[in-house]
Design a protein around this ligand. Structure first.
Ligand SMILES: C[S@@+](CC[C@H](N)C(=O)[O-])C[C@H]1O[C@@H](n2cnc3c(N)ncnc32)[C@H](O)[C@@H]1O
Ligand SMILES: O=c1cc(-c2ccc(O)cc2)oc2c(O)c(O)ccc12
Length: 267
């Protein structure tokens, strides 16, 4: 893969010298099983994942959200880069793809951190925002949190605080409770995700958007862009323009993989 460097040799040099030698074996396994899948090119790039792993560790991120799981490369990276009691809400309507990587995630011993939600992301984020948060004793493992999730879906309580099975639930507690979010899904919703994640991620937390240089097409004349890349390119360019003036975040565009935009919530 050439990446964005416009030189196969330089991209290969970085991957072979600095990325692959340090890639955990379980991540390589996911990369290998994904290589046989028709949409293999959608996996988050290994150099992007390496940077994300460092950001997660620098933040000491514990509560994270991932939008766009596919076979789980970036999800496993997140699970490997967070503490034992981390909680990752991972959203994707395609459970089939997730199940390709799941046995590798299980073997790596980090499945307990993951709450996979088979859904479009927007309704889940809206539920998190209007709804309830989880307060449960730390000895409950995260299989329990899936149960809590189902409970939420059926709960219409308007009270700000109530008990169920001895566990307390509070409304609005999800706001500002996440350390990190990674967005790698439908490009036409990037701005919608941004608005919601800005409320869910705490001040000082990060939201990382993948594919924000869209194979370098953001600087190509429209007529030079392959037809199937045109629509997403327009969405990405609109997102890039919006985010460049959004004073609620500090931003940094890193030209790794397909380009990522790192947003730090500042207010
Ligand atoms: C580029 S892939 C994600 C790659 C993943 N980060 C990885 O490392 O393998 C995009 C994923 O977004 C999912 N997706 C598409 N629309 C979505 C939506 N509205 N909400 C959540 N996920 C969506 C697709 O099913 C697909 O699995
Ligand atoms: O070629 C793609 C397409 C997507 C994509 C398209 C539609 C969706 O609803 C979600 C994702 O995502 C990609 C991606 O994240 C990537 O790194 C490379 C290529 C593509």
């Amino acid at each position: 893969m050439m990446g964005l460097l416009q030189s196969f040799e330089l991209a290969k040099y970085i991957l072979e010298n600095n990325v692959y030698p340090r890639e955990p074996s379980s991540l390589k396994e996911i990369r290998d099983v994904t290589a046989n899948h028709p949409a293999y090119f959608m996996s988050t790039a290994p150099d992007t994942a390496q940077l994300m792993g460092m950001l997660l560790k620098l933040l000491n991120a514990k509560n994270t959200i991932e939008i766009g799981v596919y076979t789980g490369y970036s999800l496993l990276l997140t699970a490997l880069s967070t503490p034992h009691d981390a909680m990752i809400i991972a959203i994707d309507p395609d459970r089939g793809a997730y199940e390709i990587g799941l046995p590798i995630i299980q073997k790596a011993g980090v499945e307990h951190k993951i709450n996979f939600i088979e859904s479009q992301a927007l309704p889940v984020l809206d539920k998190l925002l209007q709804n309830l948060s989880i307060k449960y004793p730390s000895f409950f493992n995260l299989h329990f949190s899936s149960f809590v999730w189902h409970f939420f879906n059926f709960s219409q309580s308007n009270s700000s605080f109530f008990f169920f099975l001895g566990i307390s639930f509070k409304q609005k507690e999800n706001e500002g409770s996440f350390d990190f979010a990674f967005v790698d899904a439908d490009k036409d919703n990037y701005l919608n995700y941004h608005e919601r994640l800005l409320k869910l991620v705490k001040v000082g937390g990060l939201i990382v958007f993948d594919n924000t240089l869209w194979g370098g097409t953001v600087v190509q004349p429209e007529e030079a862009v392959p037809g199937k890349r045109k629509e997403a390119r327009r969405w990405i360019m609109e997102f890039n323009k919006w985010i460049s003036t959004d004073e609620r975040v500090e931003i940094c565009v890193a030209p790794v993989g397909d380009g990522i935009t790192i947003c730090r919530r500042i207010c």
